[in-house]
Design a protein around this ligand. Structure first.
Ligand code: ATP
Length: 348
């Protein structure tokens, strides 16, 4: 079976085809890079709307080059030739969470393609897809997932048919918090890789550390980091300390989530997961408690359509499709709103 995935929750227009037979993912992406400042929602939406047709075309060209074909046949119900067969068996798309104007562009593209090819449409929660690509690639059974992305930061764990939010940021997402600091310093977007590089030459200064139960907050630490920089503390020291504090907070809460659920499996999701220091802290914590730790390859950490296609295929197999008329997007789509329809099928 072949499933086309479409992604465009914020800065990245991406299309992927997942082949369930070979477990291979073909992926084409086109990133929006703001001229100045952070992500401008209108510009990002224009980018997604402009770029989606070409990433879809590119990925379908690669599909054709490989000679892969969908299981869907091209016969009408009465046995007559229905014309050319669709290139994929289903179309999956990011339904949320994300920037509304971007999501609407992706939703429109997905509905158009599913309607034109007459194949089912699958609406995927982007944050659950981050977890599921880690679970899929690691072979873990029931991991806790730390999603550390631009707009989000939370811990997910499975219980009674849903992925429950075990802990989350009380204000901004982790990547967005880091990006706000780098904008203050005058560095271009995205800031995370620049902080990682500068941190290599830094030393420790005290910053606020805010974990409350299973939740955490980044706004105080960002204000303090900006103030340190304004007071003349070398930017390398602020970057180093920012990473040490923020990633220690995420590691502490991840450990607590493992302890709470009794799980011995942790997966990492989201663009901040590309950071080597965050991975190192999480790996050390997992090692100390005898837990397994999996980080998906970089193309599946940042925003990407591959994870949408992989979860889309699981949902499609479970019959979890959506009618075009009911496929509106949801910028505030929480992971715990999603009935996990596909896991019982995997277990049977
Ligand atoms: P989501 O929609 O899942 O919340 P997103 O649209 O914010 O995600 P992602 O690709 O998951 O996008 O993450 C982008 C964020 O990752 C940016 O804030 C960027 O600064 C951060 N980032 C990228 N590389 C690194 C790195 N090496 N270290 C720290 N942060 C990083």
């Amino acid at each position: 079976m072949l499933v086309l995935g479409l992604e465009g929750t914020a800065w990245c227009a991406s299309a992927a085809v997942y082949d369930t037979e070979t477990d291979a993912v073909l992926q084409e992406s086109d990133a929006y890079v703001p001229d100045s400042g952070g992500i401008h929602p209108r510009e990002a939406a224009e980018h997604v709307a402009d770029a989606i047709p070409s990433v879809v075309e590119r990925v379908l060209d690669r599909l054709a080059e490989r000679g892969w074909s969908a299981d869907v046949d091209d016969e009408n119900d009465d046995g007559t030739d229905g014309g050319s067969a669709p290139p994929v068996d289903a179309v999956a798309f990011s339904r949320g969470p994300g920037l509304g104007p971007c999501l609407r562009a992706v939703g429109t593209a997905a509905r158009t393609l599913a309607g034109r090819w007459d194949v089912p449409l699958v609406g995927v929660n982007h944050m659950v897809a981050h977890l599921e690509i880690g679970r899929h690639r690691s072979g873990f059974d029931s991991p806790v997932c730390l999603n550390a992305s631009g707009a989000n930061a939370h811990l997910l764990g499975y219980r009674d048919g849903r992925y429950r939010v075990l802990g989350e940021t009380m204000d901004t997402g982790v990547g967005n918090a880091i990006d706000k600091f780098t904008r203050h310093v005058g560095w271009s977007h995205p800031g995370g890789p620049k902080v990682e590089e500068a941190a290599g030459d830094g030393s420790y200064v005290d910053l606020p550390y805010v974990v409350k139960g299973m939740d955490f907050s980044f706004s105080g630490i960002m204000s303090a980091a900006k103030a340190e920089y304004d007071d003349g503390t070398p930017v390398e020291d602020v970057c180093y300390s920012l990473q040490e504090h923020v990633f220690a907070m995420l590691t502490e809460v991840s450990e607590r989530a493992l302890s709470l659920t009794g799980s011995d499996e942790l997966v990492l999701g989201g663009g901040v997961g590309q950071n080597a220091r965050l991975r190192e802290m999480l790996a050390e914590m997992c090692d100390a408690r005898g837990a397994k730790f999996h980080v998906p390859e970089p193309r599946f950490l940042r925003d990407n359509a591959g994870m949408i296609a992989v979860l889309g295929a699981k949902m499609y197999r479970a019959g979890d499709t959506v009618a075009i008329a009911e496929s509106s997007v949801d910028p505030n789509f929480r992971p715990d709103q999603v009935p996990v329809t596909w896991r019982s099928r995997e277990e049977s």
